[in-house]
Ligand binder design. Structure first.
Ligand code: LRH
Ligand code: MN
Ligand code: MN
Length: 425
């Protein structure tokens, strides 16, 4: 299935009067505050968030999985789904592949189907947290950190193959997330596990092309419950620094212990020019992979506020933006549309912050005043501005409403059946 501009415009027509009224009202009040609405709109239009191939099917928990219908069963179908999302929101022009879940069999066909719907290939992800059929050595006790050289070599080789696949598709980054760690004190040497990881990453780094990034993800626990080798941003940052200028830290919002001040991590990494990208999601307890902005939207805004300042004040290179969520209860595509909107909203609100007044308040220790300035931006309802940005780019004023009215899921079920199975998590 492919959505046409005409289909989307016919949806917009029915909403256009109400949309114009609310947008004009907002634009006027922003204008009175001295905000350049056109600049705000074009910045929001430019923000593109990659969709992970594994988020297009229904996720599960360790207790069960309740699949929905019409899920993409092949890589081409996953790309088609991202194409549909992008047609609706004009903000998801890339897909992030996970190898070996998404090994292309016919590269030209894959590239053609992506080009047809205006999708490019974002970071490629390696997978050394699962054993594949007939694998020579097991990752049960770790991959890049394993005490056995043969296992480490296998994992290094896999990552090199993932780089090759990414090169053929036009990707510009490799994301490494390791499950390596231990579940019991004494199980392995904490020091050697880190050292092995560093040496293995050094081998992989040699194959990272000059115009690529190596993105190192961290996570405090799970699947191991005593120690994780790359447990936090400090460990990731340390490794990225040791490896060299192409290596960066990737922040997955769900990979922190409760109440961690993520915005402060973001600022520190940007000051050092070592923030490489994001995996957006939301969480209440752990790596819950919930819809972005569904639980802690204010935190998301504060993160974006640091990002916006970082773009202006540091030399940190442009970031890889990606969603990393899972959907057990909702239609995955609706969930992804919600997540992208939440990211854009937080970004737009952060752009709205009166940074000069905030700095002035900070200088004179006006604590209440500083909070007022931040919350004035956060509490401004910028949804009509997001809708206007999408409309001008050729997308749907209300992407979820259009998804439903255009009967996207029903059509996908007709095409693919009720029991199609997406590979991946
Ligand atoms: C595991 C994880 C991680 C990776 C993804 C593939 O925590 O969610 O964030 O990026 O799997
Ligand atoms: Mn992640
Ligand atoms: Mn995760």
């Amino acid at each position: 299935m492919k959505l046409t501009l005409d289909q989307i415009q016919s949806q917009n027509n029915s909403q256009s009067a109400e949309h114009t009224r609310s947008f004009e009202f907002l634009a006027e009040s922003l204008d009175k505050k001295g905000v350049d609405v056109e600049v705000l709109i074009s910045k929001v239009q430019d923000l593109q968030i990659a969709i992970p191939s594994w988020a297009l099917g229904t996720g599960g928990t360790r207790f069960g999985r309740f699949s929905g219908g019409g899920e993409p069963a092949t890589l081409i179908q996953k790309i088609q789904d991202v194409g549909i999302l992008h047609a609706l929101n004009q903000s998801s022009n890339a897909v992030s592949l996970h190898i070996p879940w998404d090994i292309p069999s016919d590269y030209q066909a894959i590239k053609d189907s992506a080009a047809e719907v205006g999708i490019r290939f974002d970071a490629v992800n390696s997978n050394t947290f699962q054993d594949q059929a007939n694998q020579a050595h097991s990752y049960k006790f770790g991959s890049l950190a394993n005490s056995e050289a043969a296992v480490r070599d296998l994992a290094v080789e896999h990552n090199k193959q993932v780089i090759e696949i990414g090169e053929k598709l036009g990707s510009k980054a490799l994301t490494v997330w390791l499950a390596d760690g231990s579940s019991f004190p004494g199980q392995h040497s904490l020091r050697k596990a880190l050292e092995n990881t560093h040496l293995s990453l050094q081998e992989i780094y040699k194959d990272i092309p000059e115009d690529w990034k190596l993105l190192i993800e961290y996570k405090p626990y799970e699947p191991n419950f005593y120690s994780t080798v790359i447990q936090d941003w400090g460990t990731s940052f340390l490794l990225a620094n040791k490896l060299g200028k192409k290596a960066y830290t990737l922040v997955d919002l769900g990979h922190h212990l409760p109440n961690t001040n993520i915005e402060q991590i973001v600022t520190t990494l940007m000051s050092e020019g070592k923030l490489g990208g994001f995996h957006f999601n939301d969480s209440k307890y752990g790596d819950d992979d919930l819809t972005v902005g569904s639980v802690k939207p204010y935190q998301l805004f504060l993160i974006f506020q640091e990002l916006v300042k970082g773009f202006e004040e540091t030399n940190n290179p442009p970031l890889s933006w990606m969603i990393d969520a899972s959907h057990n209860l909702k239609d995955p595509m609706e969930d992804l549309l919600q997540s992208v909107q939440a990211i854009k909203l937080a970004y737009a609100q952060a752009l709205l912050v009166d940074s000069k007044s905030l700095e002035a308040a900070q200088e004179v220790h006006d604590v209440a005043g500083a909070q007022e300035i931040l919350q004035d931006a956060y509490r401004t309802d910028l949804r009509p501005l997001l809708a206007e940005a999408i409309r001008r780019s050729g997308g749907a004023i209300d992407p979820i409403q259009a998804f439903r009215s255009l009967k996207v899921r029903e059509t996908l079920i007709e095409e693919r059946g009720l029991k199609s199975i997406a590979s991946g998590l």
